[in-house]
Ligand binder design. Structure first.
Ligand code: ADP
Ligand code: MG
Length: 484
């Protein structure tokens, strides 16, 4: 390894993101589009490409592609063409993949997201529709490769960015932004572990200030945001070393091994595929009408930034709360659902952020009625509003107890925990006297002018009452007694 000044170099990355769409059926026939089924159960003669079978366009794929186009401010191309990308591989029964080469459904557009505290905008080159291949499984048998064709024909969108990304962290955060967007649009579950989203990372390195891009490598099929970041950072380092050593390299296709953190060559340009693209004669050109596009536009769900605006302007939440509640669409929808019946929105938001979301994360359950009934949530907020339990005691002890005893009445749980608040005057007067008698030294100091000791007496009294004294009444009585 030679020492180099990393500040002299700049990383340049562009991504090709594959998004599996959550349509009911496959891209070009009626077979179920479903992850996790028994192998080779969602396959008909059409998926298997028996002679004579013909593909048919799935309207749902077009709609979902348009939703992404609209959400990314892309230009929609009303005239679409499907092409054949020809290659031989056992998991590709037709011997070609149906894709869009020359006339993709949309071109241009951009995605803005936050990375390292800064706003970043990545331009999109285009997004096209295609279909997934089946799956070859190499590790089930010593002698054979197993083939599962369930995935064959799954509708995909491929989003291709301009080479605008400049660090591994930006690659990670961009993928997170795409993931969030497809979930909010409801067009894909965005689950990278299950392969619903994958990306190819194109990486090159150039001297800072250079106007031309350097020669690039393409890391294929990365299936996690973390791996994408690692792979890109590894490539940055490797290519910088090569440039420093004066080693020229040609465009390469690489694999990233998450176990070793290292990229390795899959194939070089010499044996690069020639796909012989041509328009698929089985699928006529697809022309989208303005009415169809308008229809999709009118039904477009809210995006994260629009949710944030709604939560801040209509519900008066802070930008922090709005940000946290929109981390997942289900959080925001949960808040909006409950807010229909409870109007102290800030209290509701605090409860969801500080208690409900952490419990959902700990238990791995989805947020909603199955986690805690809305009835329980309202009962909990009301018991605080009515001053029966202090906010701190409610959050610290009542909430966990309520989760553990979901069938019990909230008031009886509070009683059992001995945290029901008392504003009973005689109880509070006794308490104030007791505290003053027990802390004569501090009392004298207070009398000599150290007014800050009020806080000390309040603390002692609250502790002694085990949180049961209503702080407002207590403070009133305490001040009265101290200033007598
Ligand atoms: P191909 O079809 O060979 O994969 P494309 O021109 O379609 O090539 O580019 C694919 C991706 O590579 C795009 O995301 C683009 O931004 C990215 N890319 C192109 N040139 C470079 C480069 N010099 N460095 C990094 N990324 C690049
Ligand atoms: Mg490519």
């Amino acid at each position: 390894m030679i020492k180099l000044d990393r500040n002299d170099y700049e990383l340049v990355a562009g991504l090709e993101v594959h998004i599996q769409l959550n349509t009911n059926s496959k891209a070009f026939n009626r077979d179920l589009n479903k992850f996790g089924s028994e192998p080779n159960t969602n396959i008909s003669a059409i998926t298997l490409a028996h002679p004579g079978t013909l593909p048919k366009v799935n309207k749902a794929q077009i709609e979902k592609a348009l939703m992404l186009a609209l959400a990314t401010n892309s230009q929609i191309n009303k005239s679409n063409q499907f092409d054949r990308k020809n290659y031989f591989y056992p998991d590709l029964p037709k011997g070609y993949q149906i894709t869009q080469d020359r006339h993709p459904i949309c071109t241009g557009g951009y995605i803005t997201f936050e990375s390292d505290g800064k706003k970043k905008t990545i331009r999109l080159h285009h997004t096209h529709m295609e279909e997934d291949a089946g799956k070859s499984i190499h590790d089930l048998s010593d002698n054979y490769t197993m083939l599962d064709y369930n995935r064959a024909g799954t509708p995909l969108l491929e989003m291709v960015t301009e080479p605008d990304l400049r660090s591994g962290t930006e690659v990670h955060d961009f993928m997170a932004a795409v993931q969030k967007m497809v979930k909010y649009l409801g067009i894909s579950d965005g689950n990278m572990e299950e392969g619903s989203m994958r990306c190819d990372c194109n990486v090159s390195v150039r001297k800072k200030g250079a106007t031309e891009y350097g020669e690039r490598c393409e890391i294929k099929n990365v299936n996690s945001k973390k791996f994408a970041k690692q792979a890109v950072e590894y490539e940055f380092e490797r290519q910088m070393q090569m440039i420093e050593k004066g080693i020229k390299f040609t465009k390469q296709t690489l694999n990233f091994n998450p176990d070793t953190g290292v990229t390795a060559a899959l194939r070089s340009k010499e044996d690069a595929h020639d796909y012989r693209y041509f328009p698929d004669p089985d699928l006529p050109p697809l022309v989208l009408s303005d009415t169809f596009i308008e229809g999709v536009k009118n039904n477009l769900p809210l995006l994260p930034s629009e949710y944030i605006q709604l939560l801040m302007s209509e519900y008066g939440l802070s930008s922090y709360d709005a940000e946290v509640l929109t981390q997942e669409k289900e959080y925001a929808d949960y808040f909006l659902g409950l807010a229909k019946e409870y109007s102290k929105y800030n209290d509701l938001s605090k409860l969801i952020i500080n208690k409900v979301i952490p419990i959902a994360n700990e238990t791995g359950k989805n947020i909603g009625e199955n986690l805690i009934s809305s009835e329980k949530i309202f009962a909990f907020l009301n018991i605080i509003d009515e001053g029966k339990v202090s906010t701190s005691a409610a959050y610290q002890t009542l909430f966990p107890a309520m989760i553990e005893n979901q069938d019990d009445n909230l008031l009886s749980i509070a009683q059992r925990l001995n945290i029901l608040q008392s504003d009973d005057q005689s109880f509070i007067l006794d308490l104030v006297e007791k505290i003053i008698n027990e802390n004569k030294v501090e009392y004298d100091k207070y009398k000599k002018g150290n007014k800050a000791l009020v806080g000390f007496f309040m603390g002692q009294a609250m502790k002694s009452s085990q949180g049961k004294a209503d702080p407002k009444v207590l403070k009133e009585q305490l001040l009265k007694k101290l200033n007598e």
